[in-house]
Design a protein. Structure first.
Length: 143
């Protein structure tokens, strides 16, 4: 405990201060905290993965690609050939899905085509079980 002693002056100046000096206590607490942090062992967080070794075989045969274009008025083109209606489109999609190795379907909508025409083609492909389908030509939509 620390106390302040006056210089022996007036009776009004002689108030005794009875506060605890907490600075040494804080210093001791910080030293103990640092010692505790240093003595705790460092925990390593490692996730064990079984990664494949070697190089995967390169596919010799390039995949077959079917291009489906959707024009601004809803006209669907299958590899450049006009498909008259949705029933004919589904017939073509069935023949693609029935193959042992499905070709890649590249859907290329026109910039001015409304969403319902593109969604109808995607819905037909999904309903019939096409698994390799992607939308290409997005760079025209950036303008």
């Amino acid at each position: 405990m620390a106390m302040m002693v006056g210089s022996g002056g007036d009776a009004g100046d002689g108030d005794v201060m009875v506060d605890i000096n907490t600075t040494p206590l804080i210093d001791v607490m910080l030293v103990l905290l640092i010692m505790l942090i240093i003595t705790i062992p460092v925990q390593t967080h490692a996730v064990k993965l079984d990664m494949p070794s070697g190089v995967p075989p390169v596919s010799v045969v390039p995949p077959e690609v079917v291009t489906i274009d959707v024009d601004f008025d809803g006209t669907v083109l299958w590899n450049g050939r006009v498909i008259p209606d949705r029933r004919a489109l589904e017939t073509e999609l069935r023949s693609v899905v029935a193959r042992p190795v499905q070709p890649e379907l590249h859907l290329r909508p026109n910039k001015l085509a409304t969403y319902r025409y593109v969604a109808a083609v995607l819905a037909s492909a999904q309903h019939l079980g096409a698994t390799k389908i992607g939308i290409v030509g997005n760079e025209q939509l950036l303008d």
